[in-house]
Design a protein around this ligand. Sequence first.
Ligand code: FES
Length: 255
Amino acid sequence: MAEVLEVLDISKSLKLIKLRSLYLSKAKPGQFFVMQYQEKPERIPLFIMDSNQNENTITFLLQKSDDILNIEIFDNIKVGQRLYYVEGPAGKPFPLLENKNILFVSMNWGFAGIYNIAKYLKSKNNIDLAFIDTDSVNLEVLKPFTTIFNNVYEYSSIDTFGQNGKHYDVIVSAGSNELAKELVSIYEDKEVVCAVITRMLCTVGLCLACRIQYDGKMKLPCVEGPWLDASKIDFDDLNRRHLILKDVLVRSRKS
Ligand code: FES
């Protein structure tokens, strides 16, 4: 069982958490894990922000949402607790890129996934960060992480985000499907890669809960993602499915 070693508040709805976990500390850049906080069989997929194989630890960001289970975890997670279950590392590692100008665009908790990849790609590429903060994040707390970027641009919402006049070869986003969809329309002629956000139960390709429509076919982000070409994702279908699953979950919790 993974033990919670540190919990740091970095906004009213975002916490930076360090866990001890031998298996998760072996994660490759871009992989994620699934957390089951207590015996109730609901799992939350989370980005691995950083890992340390010498200490057998990982860090991640937990964001409070309007989901009742998420609120329960957010309000109660404490140093010294042992989580009921964690599974991973899951998903495909991010591919190695070289000699590219890369713009990383993160929104709130998505910064965890972005940081993990940016750290990996930094030595062979130029990397900038566009940080969309809708949550009054204390960027001072994140400073040890944001200093790896050549330039950092801050925005208060997806609506205020715009091109900064620089040339980029690749755009990488995490934290919001809506953001990824918006980036596809802003950077029409560029490669836009995003970490798609879906419900996940098994993370091994069996339950089909995470399935999305991708380039006209079914894709399973738990084993074939989470980093995918955003221009091929059917976001309307994804949103529709997300609402249906949310409804099913609420009903099953009441029964
Ligand atoms: S989470 Fe079960 S198939 Fe992807």
